[in-house]
Design a protein around this ligand. Structure first.
Ligand SMILES: [Zn+2]
Length: 123
């Protein structure tokens, strides 16, 4: 019995996903204090009163940017979008939407048993 060698590209991919996920959650949970803190700090600039109207949309754009980066993360096993199918995106998913590769796995899952399908038969 041989032990599969962990793929370095898998480790790099999961590390990249962890970084993207941390950025998204930081932006989401830091939204309220971050927007008010930045608006307060920018109030001394010549933008009196308008700083909140500038900071809040910029923060929302940053959340959308981070979310789209995470949603586009390619599964290291099948190289398709890990979190989304053509109709739905689940950012809290633990398995790949296409190949069911568990998040953080070091190797590709074993292939599913072949179905008993014959191309000669019409049914
Ligand atoms: Zn996959």
């Amino acid at each position: 019995m041989t032990t599969p060698i962990p793929s370095l590209s898998f480790d790099a991919a999961w590390h990249d996903l962890d970084r993207k996920s941390a950025t998204l959650w930081l932006l989401l949970f830091g939204c309220i204090p971050g927007v008010f803190l930045l608006a307060y700090l920018l109030n001394d600039l010549p933008l009196h009163g308008a700083s909140f109207l500038i900071v809040a949309p910029l923060w929302m754009i940053a959340i959308a940017w981070a979310g789209s980066r995470m949603a586009r993360f390619a599964c290291p096993g099948c190289h398709k979008a890990f979190f989304e199918t053509w109709y739905f995106c689940k950012p809290l998913r633990h398995n790949c939407a296409h190949c069911r590769l568990p998040r953080g796995s070091k190797q590709t899952p074993p292939a599913a048993p072949a179905e008993n399908v014959s191309r000669d038969k019409p049914y």
